[in-house]
Ligand binder design. Sequence first.
Ligand code: ACO
Length: 402
Amino acid sequence: ALDISKLRSTTGLITLDDGYANTGSCQSAITFIDGEAGILRYRGIPIEDLAERSSFVETAQLLIFGRLPNEAQRSEFRTLLTENAALHRDMRKHFDGFPVTAHPMAILSAMVNAIQTHEVRDEEATDRQHFKQAAAGLMAKTRTIAAASYKSHIGQPIAYPRYDLNYAENFLHMMFSVPYRDYEATPEVAHALNMFLVLHADHEQNCSTSTVRMVASSGANMFASVSAGVNALWGPLHGGANMGVIEMLDEIRTTGIKPQDYINRVKDKKSGVKLMGFGHRVYRNFDPRARILKDAADKLLDAMHITDPLLDIAREVEQAALADDYFASRRLYPNVDFYSGIILRAIGIPVDMFTVMFAIGRTPGWIAHFREVSENPAQRIYRPRQVYTGAQLSEWQPRSER
Ligand code: ACO
């Protein structure tokens, strides 16, 4: 039990809120969530409208600059994205330095941090005049790094972005084109990937975004701040869950275990197994992103004329979990990661790149939060307090007596 007297520090009363479940860390005007009602809005616009009707780039502009772009703003940002997509020639040396077994998230965070060392002076990243260019450069280069690291991994030459393609199409082109044969995404595949990116673009004070804000609050530049966010996203309880879901569904398929028996294993706390893609700190009735993605997964597979046994297993697992009191009583429902992997698999993205796809989608959100922190003249450095539980006073002992 918590000793309440410990909450009193030498300088006053400290609130202790494990995992910040009820503690607001900041004021923000970017994204609104009502976890009880399952509402998600970027700058006030419902996620359902954006997912169906907006491109990822205009959604990024909405998040970063506060409103949907008009034609001139859209075209200006598009040009900045194109002009800033290429990596500095010397960044190739970093790619060559990673072992082939390197995790794509380790490569992404290192390379995002490396961008500034090659081409951006520190002051440019926080300087308002250069912000738009730096923001477009980071979005474009994140995509380039992801595709280039995949190409290096499979030993193929890097494909350069094309001016005539949109953001999602360009990513697919850079991933899957081979010399003398350009990959052309079908409209259904491009739409599904665009929707995936839009749905991941921001989610207020989640672990990685709070990390970006924390680092930014010290005055660190945008690349350093976002690189820290990539590392926070990597964990299996956050962005890493989208890989975890596919691994879980694959385990159910290959071992032949019945979904209900898998659910029983999850319910046995001693197993240490969680149902990946289920549960959310904020959404307590449903995650609106999961609903959209479930429908999108059905449509994409239909359009591509493919069947994926993992989709059937996912549906069975979801049904079994929703009918089970363990999940109902804890208000655990599918989250964004439960169906997103089915879409990425259908598109042909390798499983170990799933969390990188999440990072590409989340980059505009991280940039928007970086901007909110760095442009706030009243911003204080993030510096949480703690409740100290160690020894009060210990005696120093000479090494021979320890
Ligand atoms: N499977 C089984 N039990 C679960 C799950 C799950 N997926 N999620 C929560 N629980 C249980 C907990 O064990 C706990 O049970 P108890 O009250 O008997 O101890 C209860 O539900 C409450 O869970 P907390 O861990 O307190 O919930 P918290 O808000 O801290 O965690 C989280 C949220 C991390 C998302 C959690 O639900 C989880 O680990 N889910 C699986 C991983 C996942 O899908 N992560 C992606 C999240 S979305 C995103 O990052 C994009």
